[in-house]
Design a binder for this molecule. Structure first.
Ligand SMILES: Nc1ncnc2c1ncn2[C@@H]1O[C@H](COP(=O)(O)OP(=O)(O)OP(=O)(O)O)[C@@H](O)[C@H]1O
Ligand SMILES: O=c1[nH]cc([C@@H]2O[C@H](CO)[C@@H](O)[C@H]2O)c(=O)[nH]1
Length: 297
């Protein structure tokens, strides 16, 4: 018997290959550095952060029946995630992502999430075959949904009875995939977690504050939007309700992963029953602690 997970993480679970160099890099650079392979993909990154906040996430993703897939399953199990609902494909390989980071930041990255895209709705089977729900009694808990899914599958999810009772928390995968999230505009139970740039992409403009961005997302049909803006004010908007809070002032030692930390801490606080103000403050506190480097990565 499988215990009911606290939350479903739906989307990319893959291997990140990250090449890092202390040199400033440009097109054509060939420099010494380090290359590491770590679990990644937006759904996996969110799941890893949710585990840090004491939740047990289940992964709904596509993995090959290959060594890379087996190794990812083992890593996820070790971290305390539920992996039995992951779709294992006989013919599609496990996905991967490759990034080059220089002293001057991310130089370039390629996300090969083709297997996830080709698997399509197969990753959602546990939501309809009774293991996690079915059309008559759909999953009624939280779902972290990742913008690596194709726009077509996201549109299908938006109209599906399988998600009619779900509390959807949506996260973008990359600026180039931000527009895919538009499929969930108008969905009555979807919360968008985006930064200021992603909010601008979704609204086809450039915002100068999270308040303007969150209000604009709601005007475009988002049931709820949380817009972060680094060390500047974060805003939550839902219907007519707008809540803005400034993050605590801290000395920043790392930034990558701040958005995931904010989202996971906010979800965890709400699942504990916190009111909007307390949940937002808990998420900002957790993200501030994270960016100031007080917690292990
Ligand atoms: N300089 C900072 N001071 C305090 N908190 C910060 C700072 N930068 C980021 N944070 C915290 O992290 C949250 C998310 O930051 P940001 O808006 O940069 O997200 P992001 O761009 O999605 O991050 P990521 O680097 O993970 O992609 C902020 O709302 C804030 O709570
Ligand atoms: O298109 C995508 N780009 C990046 C990611 C993931 O985000 C992290 C980097 O920002 C990294 O873990 C990568 O796998 C993804 O899943 N899809």
């Amino acid at each position: 018997m499988v215990d009911r997970p606290d939350i479903l993480c739906i989307g990319s679970v893959l291997w990140d290959m990250i090449g890092r160099s202390a040199s400033t890099m440009r097109l054509g650079s060939d420099v010494p550095g380090r290359i590491i392979r770590i679990p990644g993909g937006v759904a996996m990154n969110i799941a890893m952060t949710l585990v840090r906040f004491g939740l047990r996430p289940a992964l709904l993703t596509s993995l090959g029946r290959d060594r890379d897939g087996d190794a990812l399953i083992a890593e996820a199990e070790d971290m305390g995630m539920e992996t039995v609902f992951a779709y294992r494909s006989d013919d599609l390989p496990t996905d991967s992502y490759m990034a080059i980071e220089g002293a001057n930041g991310l130089i370039a990255a390629i996300a090969d999430a083709h297997s996830l895209e080709r698997a399509g709705a197969k990753i959602l089977r546990p939501l309809e075959d009774g293991r996690l729900g079915n059309a008559a009694a759909p999953w009624a808990g939280p779902v972290a949904l990742d913008g690596n899914l194709t726009a077509e599958l996201l549109r299908e999810i938006a109209g599906s009875p399988l998600f009619a009772a779900a509390d959807i928390r949506l996260a973008p995968a990359s600026p180039s995939k931000a527009l895919r999230l538009q499929a969930l505009m108008g969905h009555p139970r979807t919360t968008f977690y985006v930064n200021l740039e992603e909010a601008g992409l979704l609204c086809n403009t450039v915002f100068d504050s999270s308040g303007a961005a969150a209000r604009a997302l709601v005007a475009r049909g988002a049931a709820r939007a949380l817009v972060t803006d680094g060390g500047r004010e974060t805003t939550e908007a839902a219907g007519d309700r707008v809540l803005g809070r400034r993050p605590p002032e801290v000395l920043v030692t790392r930034v990558t992963g701040a958005g995931d930390t904010f989202m996971a801490a906010h979800i965890a606080a709400e699942l504990r029953g916190s009111a909007p103000e307390a949940a937002l403050e808990a998420a900002l506190d957790a993200a501030a602690t994270y960016v100031s480097g007080d917690t292990p990565q």
